[in-house]
Design a protein around this ligand. Structure first.
Ligand code: FMN
Length: 179
C-alpha cells in the first residue's frame, strides 16, 4: 500500500454511517457468515465472550418486537428496524462487570464488517423496551437467548436505501496529559 492510499481500516471507520432505510433483499449466507465471524472475533474482557447472537430474518417476529417496543414507550415509534431484512440481536450475561461493554465492541465489529461488505447498518438500542416489558420472556425464548442472558443491543443490516452525513465531531473531547 503506498503512503497516499487511505488505510482501509481507517477509511471504513470514517465512512460507516447509520443507515435508516433498506431494500427488502435478504443477505446471502456468505455475508451473514462474514458478519458473525467479525462479531465472534471481537475482543472481550478475560476472553469471556459473554455474547449470544440471534439472527432474525422473520418480519413477523420483528413486527411483534416493534409493537412491544412502542407499547413500552407508550407511543408509536414507527419502524424501529427501518425495513431491514436482517436484525442481529445481541444478548449478554448480565452479571459480569464488562459484559455489556464487550457486546458493544462486538456490535461495532458487525457495523464495520457490514460496511466493508458494501452493506449498511444501524445499531439499535430502541428494541430494549420490548425485552423489559410483559412479553420479555417470550421474546427471549423466541430469539433463543441462553437462559442466563438478557438483551444488550441489536443491529439492523441490509442494502441501504438511505444514508446521511458523517456526524459532527464534538470539540473538547480530547486532552493530552503530559508530564
Ligand atoms: C448503543 C447505540 C444505540 C443506538 N440506538 C439507535 C436506535 O435505537 N435507533 C436509531 O435510529 N439509531 C440508533 N443508534 C445510532 C446513533 O443514533 C448514531 O450512531 C449516531 O447518531 C451517530 O451517527 P452515525 O452512526 O451515522 O455516525 C444507536 C447507536 C448506538 C451506539
Amino acid at each position: 500500500m503506498s503512503s497516499n492510499e487511505p488505510n482501509p481500516v481507517l477509511k471504513a471507520i470514517a465512512d460507516r454511517r447509520s443507515n435508516r432505510g433498506y431494500k427488502s433483499d435478504p443477505l446471502t449466507q456468505e455475508q451473514l457468515d462474514a458478519l458473525l465471524a467479525a462479531a465472534m472475533q471481537s475482543p472481550s474482557a478475560g476472553n469471556r465472550q459473554p455474547w449470544h447472537f440471534s439472527v432474525v430474518q422473520s418480519s413477523a417476529i420483528l413486527a411483534d418486537i416493534n409493537r412491544a417496543a412502542s407499547e413500552a414507550a407508550r407511543k408509536d415509534l414507527g419502524d424501529i428496524f427501518f425495513g431491514a431484512p436482517t436484525v442481529i440481536f445481541i444478548s449478554c450475561e448480565p452479571d459480569g462487570r464488562w459484559g455489556r461493554l464487550d457486546c458493544g465492541i462486538a456490535v461495532e465489529n458487525i457495523a464495520l464488517a457490514a460496511h466493508a461488505l458494501g452493506l449498511g447498518s444501524v445499531i439499535l438500542g430502541m428494541p430494549e423496551g420490548a425485552f423489559n416489558g410483559p412479553e420479555g420472556s417470550s421474546f427471549n425464548a423466541r430469539l433463543k437467548f441462553p437462559p442466563t442472558h438478557k438483551y444488550a443491543v441489536a443491529i439492523a443490516v441490509g442494502v441501504p436505501t438511505k444514508t446521511k452525513e458523517a456526524h459532527p465531531l464534538l470539540e473538547g473531547r480530547i486532552d493530552y496529559i503530559d508530564g
